[in-house]
Design a protein around this ligand. Structure first.
Ligand code: ZN
Length: 242
């Protein structure tokens, strides 16, 4: 269920894998994404299972309507009856409020400045990384008092640069913005390494405490991969402060 979990000075980071939930094939078992064709009741049950295992109130988890953009919003409480905004980064200074990001190959980015008491969750696929969703998240954090050299950054399972094949011109477009993302597949064709791009962006922003998951979603049978399976579930990454 929880593939990876870490706590740093009262900031908590957690990444799910695909097991331990109630969803049927092809969403087995722990699909946490709505709008992918799974039964809404199963998604709700899975979100409750994960929240319980993390010691969170399911109602205190804030989700996004992710659109591969670069907008970040500050949130102080769950959306409740309000529409979930179309953003790819959320930031909060509210302790106990958990921020969640859904992925199936894209890079889930979790950020925390435990001293300032500010956390952020961002969804960085190829388009979002190129558009700058990670710098937008860090900027929104610093506006709330965070400092890059105190930010702890953790990125989760994502498709790796040896698997993410793209057309030559697309690789060139991405590399023109973020040279670190230039990659080649294990079979020798053009590729993009989104995780490497995210790491390079964080480094330029002055975020030094970084770790990224070695897991490639496309290669791992324990994770959902959109590029591998197309119709599939979504993993989730959670960040919150005590
Ligand atoms: Zn891979």
């Amino acid at each position: 269920m929880i593939g990876q979990r870490e706590s740093v000075s009262g900031a908590h980071f957690a990444f799910t894998d695909r097991w331990g939930g109630v969803s049927a094939a092809p969403y087995e078992e722990l699909n946490l994404g709505g709008g992918v064709g799974d039964e809404p009741g199963s998604v709700r049950a899975n979100r409750e299972l994960v929240a319980k295992s993390l010691g969170l109130d399911p109602g205190s988890v804030v989700w996004m309507n992710q659109v591969h953009g670069a907008d970040a919003v500050v949130v102080d409480e769950p959306w409740g009856d309000r529409p979930v905004p179309q953003v790819d980064a959320i930031v909060t200074a509210r302790r106990g409020l958990a921020l969640a990001v859904l992925t199936a190959d894209c890079v889930p980015v979790l950020l925390a400045d435990p001293v300032a008491g500010v956390v952020a969750a961002a969804h960085a696929g190829r388009p979002g990384m190129v558009r700058g969703v990670v710098p937008a998240a860090v900027r929104a954090m610093t506006e709330l008092g965070a400092e890059p050299d105190r930010i702890v950054a953790r990125t989760g399972p994502a498709v790796c640069g040896r698997c993410y094949e793209v057309p030559e011109d697309m690789r060139a477009e991405v590399a023109a913005v973020e040279p670190a993302a230039h990659a080649e597949t294990s079979w020798g064709t053009p590729a993009v390494d989104v995780s490497a791009g995210v790491q390079a962006q964080l480094d330029r922003l002055g975020v030094r405490d970084r770790e990224h998951s070695p897991v490639c979603t496309l290669e791992s049978g324990d994770h959902f991969s959109y590029r591998r399976d197309r119709t599939t579930g979504r993993l989730a990454a959670y960040v919150w402060l005590d």
